[in-house]
Write a protein that binds this ligand. Structure first.
Ligand SMILES: Cc1cc2nc3c(=O)[nH]c(=O)nc-3n(C[C@H](O)[C@H](O)[C@H](O)COP(=O)(O)O)c2cc1C
Length: 213
C-alpha cells in the first residue's frame, strides 16, 4: 500500500473575509479569475471541471475551458452529441469547479445549463484556428472509433475539401451557458480553518453565508 499520510500542505497565503468580498458573486469571481490569470504559476486559469449527472444518477466529471463569463453566466463549448451533451439534455443541472493550487483557492459553481444562441456559437466557431474547426467536424466526440487513423484520414480528406472554403459549424457543436444559483469561494488557511464564503440566489438576491471548513 502506498501511504500518503505524511503529505500535508500548509495553506497560508491569503484570506477571504466578509468585509473584503464583493456583494455580487460574479464580481468576486472576476477578481479571483483575473488574479489567477495574471499569476504565472497558474497555467490554464480557465480550465474547469464540469460535472453532469448521467442516466445511472451518478455524476461524471471532465475538464472544459471557460470561454467567456458575465453576470449572465459561464460559457464553454463542446459537442452537443457527446456524452456530456446527452447527459445535459436529460438533466440540465451541473457543477463547475476551479482549483488554482498556487493561490490555494477553489470555486464551486452549481448551475443550470442552457445552449447559447446559434449565432454566438457560429461567432466563436469561426474565431478558432482552422485546425480546431476541422477537429470539431472530424471528431464524433465520445463515440467509439476503430483507431487513430480513422480521425487522421478524415482530417486529411476535409483539409483538402475545405482548403479554400469556410468550414460551416457543425449543428451539433456549440456553447452552453451555466447560469449559477450557488457559488462557493474557498480559500485555504492555516490549521485547516479554511475560509468558505457561499453566495446563494434567493428571490433574485444573492445571500452570502460563511460555511465551516
Ligand atoms: C484542460 C482541458 C480542457 C478541455 N476543454 C474542453 C472543452 O472546452 N470542450 C470539450 O468539449 N472538451 C474539452 N476537453 C476534453 C474533455 O475533458 C472531455 O474529454 C471531452 O469533452 C469528452 O467528454 P464527454 O465524453 O464526457 O462528453 C478538455 C480537456 C482538458 C484536459
Amino acid at each position: 500500500m502506498e501511504n500518503l499520510h505524511d503529505r500535508r500542505k500548509v495553506y497560508e497565503k491569503l484570506q477571504l473575509i466578509e468585509n473584503e468580498i464583493k456583494q455580487n458573486p460574479f464580481d468576486q469571481f472576476r477578481d479571483w479569475f483575473l488574479e489567477a490569470t495574471e499569476n504565472p504559476a497558474v497555467s490554464e486559469s480557465n480550465a474547469m471541471a464540469l460535472s453532469t449527472v448521467e442516466d445511472d444518477d451518478c455524476p461524471r466529471t471532465r475538464m472544459v475551458l471557460l470561454k467567456s463569463y458575465s453576470h449572465e453566466g459561464f460559457v464553454f463549448f463542446t459537442n452537443y452529441n457527446s456524452r456530456k451533451g446527452r447527459s445535459i439534455e436529460k438533466n440540465h443541472r451541473a457543477c463547475l469547479h476551479f482549483f488554482w493550487p498556487s493561490l490555494e483557492r477553489q470555486i464551486i459553481i452549481k448551475a443550470d445549463l442552457d445552449m447559447i444562441a446559434e449565432n454566438l456559437s457560429d461567432g466563436y466557431f469561426h474565431s478558432r484556428p482552422k485546425g480546431s474547426q476541422l477537429g470539431a467536424v472530424v471528431s464524433p466526440q465520445s463515440e467509439k472509433i476503430p483507431n487513430r487513423e480513422y480521425l487522421e484520414e478524415k482530417l486529411k480528406k476535409l483539409e483538402g475539401e475545405f482548403a479554400d472554403r469556410e468550414i460551416p459549424r457543425p449543428e451539433n457543436w456549440g456553447g452552453y451557458i451555466a447560469k449559477p444559483y450557488e457559488i462557493e469561494f474557498w480559500q485555504g488557511r492555516p490549521n485547516r480553518l479554511h475560509d468558505r464564503i457561499v453566495y446563494r440566489l434567493e428571490d433574485s438576491d444573492w445571500i452570502i453565508s460563511r460555511l465551516a471548513p
